[in-house]
Design a protein around this ligand. Structure first.
Ligand code: NAD
Ligand code: MG
Length: 396
């Protein structure tokens, strides 16, 4: 489809950080919104409905869906249909559109994602947990149903752009350089890690994002999840993915080819760029409202090697990537539970990685360790959540 035609977009998770930035892109490009969804944030959803008048919305939390229904009854000019519960997001994922953006956080995005694949949609995928846990299955299904998946994360998009849109890495690639800002604790000593608070971890130096991914960036688990995501999307081994700290976050990642040539994708940090690229691929459109990179003003770009001792999450992710099977799902599930407990101030910052490590260690003796079917991965995910909860219960 030509992008100067009005595209119809569905956004799952429209009230979140990526969801709202996607709506900025849609405003800029004058795209039509066919559907929106959220878990329970109906205040924001209601404003979005009034502005974009989508045909349908889905609200996963039942009480919130009921409240939204009541409030919309008082606004008879709005004809938006409301879909309820988890199934509502799945239904919405199947509805007619030119592109669907999946910006739901966590593993809850899996069923809607698979539904969008079965509907043969072109998918702009921001959610990384589904690719980490069930990436092989998701990509196999996408191939089978001829659904396209375009990456939205800034690093995956950078690699995709350096590969000029190829989604499977070619044999000419030696390795990729996955850049990381290093997060708020990049320069902390080992001792300083003991006293990190939730507020400290929620202050990201570069990016403004949802809570969970901000904590993941502080622990560098975000980079760990991305390295698994990238290995899946571009069919690379762990050895071919090198993490490099780049505090200015101007280079969003690089591809090194066999002849030693390294291509980098650069821009000022701005998530709307990868979102817009995924929505308009393979065309580029202006973003007149966004400041542009001025290298002379910036002066320098710096780089340093990551420290896996202070940031064990990165080591754990490399291990999970190498072990494969259900291990990436276990890493992701344990991390989701541990991050939630940290935000609730039940465990400390250092406990997050310690719990992920204990859960992974225990899983190595589990009968599902070598499994890779969808049902087994879902069972391993469930097991990991329960096991991590059990360890956390000892802290209450
Ligand atoms: P967020 O917490 O700000 O928003 C999450 C959205 O998902 C909200 O709209 C919420 O209502 C919805 N949601 C949560 N649980 C749901 C459920 N069970 N059913 C339906 N909807 C549900 O998160 P975010 O920062 O926008 O991140 C979204 C995804 O994008 C994550 O997987 C994250 O890793 C990835 N991502 C985010 C960024 C970023 O800059 N924020 C960058 C790259 C990748
Ligand atoms: Mg990223």
């Amino acid at each position: 489809m030509e992008i100067n035609q009005k595209q119809k977009i569905v956004i799952l998770g429209s009230t979140g950080s990526i969801g709202q930035q996607t709506l900025n892109v849609c405003r800029r490009l004058n795209f039509e919104i066919a559907g929106l969804s959220c878990f329970n944030n109906i205040e924001i959803l209601l404003k979005q409905i009034e502005e974009f008048m989508p045909e349908k919305v889905a609200v996963a939390n039942l009480d919130s869906a009921i409240e939204l229904t009541e409030r919309l009854k008082k606004m008879p000019h709005i004809k938006t249909e409301i879909l309820y519960g988890d199934q509502g997001n799945v239904e919405l994922a199947k509805s007619a559109c030119d592109k669907i953006v999946i910006a739901i956080i966590g593993f809850a995005a899996l069923k809607p994602l698979l539904a969008a694949i079965e509907a043969k949609h072109t998918i702009a995928l921001a959610n990384k947990e589904t690719l980490v846990s069930t990436g092989k299955i998701v990509l196999e299904q996408a191939k089978k149903h001829d659904a396209k998946i375009y990456p939205v994360d800034s690093e995956t998009s950078a690699i995709w752009q350096c590969l000029a849109g190829k989604t499977e890495a070619s044999e000419e690639i030696k390795q990729v350089w996955l850049t990381a800002s290093g997060g708020p604790f990049r320069t902390y000593s080992k001792e300083q890690f003991y006293s990190i608070t939730v507020e400290d971890a929620l202050k990201h130096p570069v990016w403004s994002m949802g809570q969970k991914i901000t904590i993941d960036s502080a622990s560098m688990m975000n980079k760990g999840l991305e390295l698994i995501e990238i290995s899946r999307l571009f069919n690379l081994t762990g050895n071919q993915i090198k993490v490099i700290i780049h505090p200015q976050s101007i280079i969003h990642s690089m591809v090194e080819y066999l002849d030693g040539s390294v291509l980098a994708q650069m821009s000022l940090p701005n998530m709307e760029l990868p979102i817009q690229y995924a929505l308009t691929y393979d065309k580029r459109l202006p973003m007149p409202d966004k400041p542009k990179l001025d290298l002379a003003e910036l002066g320098q770009l710096t780089f340093e090697a990551p420290d896996m001792e202070r940031f064990p999450a990165l080591r754990l992710a490399y291990e999970a990537q190498a072990e494969d099977g259900a291990m990436p799902a276990v890493l992701n599930a344990a991390n989701e539970i541990a991050v939630r407990a940290f935000i609730k101030r039940i465990i400390s910052f250092l406990d997050i990685s310690a719990m992920v490590e204990s859960t992974m260690q225990k899983f190595r003796h589990h009968s599902l360790y070598h499994s890779s079917t969808l049902n087994d991965i879902l069972a391993a995910d469930q097991w990991a959540r329960e096991y991590t909860e059990q360890i956390i219960a000892q802290f209450r």
